[in-house]
Write a protein that binds this ligand. Structure first.
Ligand SMILES: *Cc1c(COP(=O)(O)O)cnc(C)c1O
Length: 438
């Protein structure tokens, strides 16, 4: 992926815009994204699978098995960007224009996709707790597929669809029981997790679904976790899903698509996630040349390193044990460090010469968990701008108003232009819906 920022004239730039110009115009804290980086990561993902699958198609032809002319098209993978990673409608719109579908987990996200001009027929709806209202709304909107996560949900959707004289397209989310070796909070494909159903249950659910007049079986899906930095868990999961696909085929249940979820990791510090190419090639090899369309639900890999959080140092607070750089961004803006002990690189926007000191970079919130980075060697002064890197995914989308802090602005850089794609919240907005007792 193209680098998000570079040092030019002794200042950090995103594309052709110096970050001090962003701070001057929009204030801080502000999330800053690069249009070029977002487009590049989408194209890289799409391109990697197109070429990986073209290779397996070629070997398919070589075996002499019958191939239809439409093969190339039906084998083009469908990318359904996971909206929850970063749901700003400008970002959704950018991906929609590149041809993306979307993976949603609420009807709120569906409304965003619609507002962003996304193609609703390319939307898949994941999540363990879809309400009757959500099922109804998504069905009426004409979404592409409901990823069913339990027996109870299957029955609920059948009732909702029957009530509307409609037929709901479904896939069953299978829990392949592989360990992706990532943070326990973002592991989703183990038997102990709440997501999906075990393989034996899945078979039974497909049989039940076949008997439902208002359900149409279109696919199968799995999603094993997030920030995964190895290929093995993916190829294992795919192999297990393919076994199921074959069992289903034996029973006369043919699937149109196979959705392998998201979860591919990015580099925050020293991780070495597989390249998208290596990931695509490994999956394509296991997949071989099957008739189903492959689908993916990438989130972090498309946006994580295409955004940063720009903050300003309010105070330097030296101490006997630790030095603190207290910035105007906090855990309410970027929750990952507090939640997962996550690492984000911290870069001075205008690097200084001098003797560095070790700092914990912390926010103003009244919690000891309110830190953004620990023990970083920095040469900084009060008022300096810092870029908190790799904040494009699960940054703004997990933000809150804790301590009645208005949420940050979001700015998209495109060449030498800046667009405010979300205005900084105003304090009055934060208690708009509240009222005094009579
Ligand atoms: C969160 C999620 C994704 C995206 O995960 P990333 O790690 O951001 O790629 C995809 N599918 C489902 C079902 C999810 O819950």
């Amino acid at each position: 992926m193209a680098a998000l920022h570079q040092l030019r004239d002794e200042e950090l730039h995103v594309e052709d815009v110096p970050l001090s110009a962003v701070a001057q115009r929009f204030g801080t804290p502000t999330f800053v994204y690069s249009r070029a980086a977002l487009s590049a990561s989408y194209r890289e993902f799409e391109g990697a699978f197109k070429s990986a699958l073209a290779t397996t198609s070629a070997s398919y032809v070589g075996t002499g098995t019958q191939v239809t002319n439409g093969l190339a098209d039906t084998r083009a993978p469908l990318i359904c960007y996971a909206v929850k990673a970063n749901p700003n409608i400008a970002i959704l719109n950018l991906f929609a224009r590149l041809g993306s579908g979307f993976d949603i987990v609420s009807v709120g996200e569906l409304a965003r996709v619609v507002a962003a001009g996304g193609d609703v027929s390319k939307v898949v709806f994941s999540g363990v707790g879809k309400s009757v209202d959500e099922l109804r709304t998504a069905l009426q909107a004409g979404i592409g597929c409901f990823n069913i996560e339990s027996t109870a949900e299957l029955h609920r959707l059948e009732r909702v669809a029957a009530g509307h004289g409609a037929v709901a397209p479904i896939s069953i989310r299978v829990n392949p029981d592989v360990n992706p070796n990532t943070h326990p909070y973002i592991t989703t494909g183990l038997t102990e997790n709440k997501f999906g159903v075990a393989r034996e249950v899945a078979l039974d659910l497909y049989r039940k679904a076949r008997a439902c007049a208002h359900l149409r079986i279109v696919g199968i899906d799995c999603h094993i976790g997030s920030q995964i930095t190895e290929i093995g868990p993916y190829t294992d999961a795919l192999a297990r899903v393919l076994e199921l696909v074959d069992q289903l085929a034996d029973e006369g249940i043919a699937l149109e698509h196979l959705d392998l979820g998201g979860g591919l990791g990015i580099r925050y510090r020293d991780e070495s996630p597989p390249s998208i190419d290596a990931y695509a090639q490994a999956l394509a090899r296991v997949y071989g040349a099957r008739p189903q369309r492959l689908m993916f639900e990438p989130g972090r890999i498309l946006v994580g390193n295409a955004g940063l959080l720009l903050a300003r140092i309010e105070y330097l607070k030296p101490g006997p044990v630790k030095n603190f750089a207290i910035v105007d961004a906090a855990m309410n803006d970027l929750m990952r460090p507090a939640l997962y002990d996550a690492y984000h690189a911290v870069l001075p926007v205008k690097p200084r010469l001098g003797t560095s000191m070790l700092y914990d970079v912390v926010g103003p919130i009244c919690e000891s968990g309110d830190w953004l980075a620990r023990s970083r060697s920095l040469v900084v002064e009060e008022g300096d701008l810092l870029a908190i890197d790799s904040a494009g995914a699960y940054g703004m989308s997990m933000s809150s108003n804790y301590n009645t802090r208005p949420r940050a602005a979001e700015v998209m850089i495109d060449g030498d232009r800046m667009f405010e794609i979300r205005a900084r919240e105003r304090v009055a907005q934060l208690f708009e819906g509240e009222s005094l007792l009579p």
